[in-house]
Design a protein around this ligand. Structure first.
Ligand code: OAD
Length: 249
């Protein structure tokens, strides 16, 4: 993989870097993306049936089971070279913020510390009524487990369509994007707001925008540098070129 030499020189001296990641970053770990035409989750399921407050109100069991199925998929996989490359970037850049739309926790499992989870985390469960978090719940397969405290239905701690993002995470993400001298958009189709607007906020503030994605996205024409391919291959190559570090699992 070849990178423009000027970019490599620039990245060696840059101080403030932010990266926004999406489902594409976890694809090489074995998790499905949402919008890939053949294999994406939204090619097989309808988001309005499974990922909205209305869907949960209408058929909580269907929604609970779908997230339980995805939770098991998440538990079965490991971070890939892309995740580990981002951990190395966090160590090397003086200021580095990882903003993710992913709910799989793989960035943290790979050792990245400063992670802003914009869409929550599928491994956490909370009461839909009182908000209390719980680590354990019943395994009665016929019904949705309930809160020990108030008997409300339990739900995954993820953001559904129509819900607001966690305020602190979003505020920190906007600040980090505006401060960034370099903003990476990696493995995201860039169509879900407000996450999609972060790259533009960075750009408006003079950030160099670098996109790494399997295919073109709406951000592509606005990015300063675009690298098409797998993030699990491009990111390790970039870390090698900039810092002369070989990423290994
Ligand atoms: P998408 O599925 O919309 O986009 C994933 C992107 O990653 C696509 O542009 C793919 O081409 C690209 N891609 C696939 N494999 C890749 C690889 N190995 N390396 C690099 N790129 C790859 O997923 P997100 O953008 O994360 O929200 O979706 C955003 C949000 O929409 C999700 O957080 C979720 C979803 O509906 C909610 O559930 C609220």
């Amino acid at each position: 993989m070849e990178f423009p030499p000027d970019l490599i020189v620039f990245l060696r001296k840059v101080e403030r870097v932010s990266a926004l990641t999406g489902a594409g970053v976890s694809q090489e770990s074995g998790l499905r993306t949402f919008r890939d035409t053949q294999s994406g989750l939204w090619a097989q399921y309808r988001p309005e049936d499974l990922a909205t407050p209305d869907a949960f109100a209408r058929d909580p069991k269907l929604v609970w089971d779908w997230y339980a199925f995805r939770r098991e998929a998440v538990k079965a996989v490991r971070p890939n070279l892309g995740h580990y490359s981002l951990t190395e970037m966090e160590k090397k850049f003086p200021e580095f913020t990882l903003i993710t739309q992913n709910v799989d926790g793989l960035h943290q499992l790979a050792g990245t510390k400063n992670v802003l989870e914009l869409h929550g985390n599928i491994l956490r469960v909370r009461c839909a009524v009182c908000g209390r978090f719980t680590e354990t719940w019943g395994s009665d397969l016929d019904s949705v487990p309930r809160c020990d405290e108030c008997d409300g239905l339990l739900r995954p701690d993820v953001v559904w369509f129509g819900e607001t993002l966690p305020r602190l995470e979003l505020e920190s993400a906007v600040t980090a994007s505006r401060r960034a001298q370099v903003f990476f958009s990696i493995g995201t189709s860039g169509v879900v707001h407000p996450a999609a607007a972060l790259a533009l906020a960075a750009r408006e503030n003079g950030s160099v925008v670098i996109e790494i994605n399997a295919e073109p996205t709406p951000l592509t024409p606005k990015a300063d540098f675009v690298f098409h391919g797998k993030s699990g291959e491009i990111l390790p190559a970039l870390v090698k070129a900039v810092f002369d570090i070989s990423i290994q699992v």
